[in-house]
Design a binder for this molecule. Structure first.
Ligand SMILES: [Zn+2]
Length: 95
């Protein structure tokens, strides 16, 4: 068995993932004309997450620990999401 099979990898969380999903909700709220299909949303999330550094932590160790500078990280996530949607809307889809 591989090492990964002995450990609970669900404990590993990328704090920026939560920020990106919040930023996507905010962005969709402000831009009502954007497509909300599964492909566009997931594509935007992937593109945005690739634009910012991951911030992994072990959930059970840091569950109640204070986060990093939330305001700066949120600003970073919003910018990444905005850029990601610019890319997504240029792609043909729903073919
Ligand atoms: Zn779409």
């Amino acid at each position: 068995m591989a090492l990964i099979d002995y450990h609970d990898v669900d404990e590993l969380k990328n704090r920026n993932e939560e920020k990106v999903w919040m930023a996507i909700e905010f962005h969709l709220d402000k831009n009502q004309s954007l497509c909300r299909c599964r492909d566009c949303i997931l594509d935007a999330a992937a593109l945005a997450l690739n634009r910012i550094p991951p911030r992994y932590h072990v959930y059970s160790f840091h569950e109640n620990a204070p986060g990093d500078d939330d305001e700066t990280l949120m600003k970073e996530a919003k910018k990444a999401v905005s850029e990601a949607f610019k890319q997504v809307t240029k792609r043909p889809h729903h073919i």
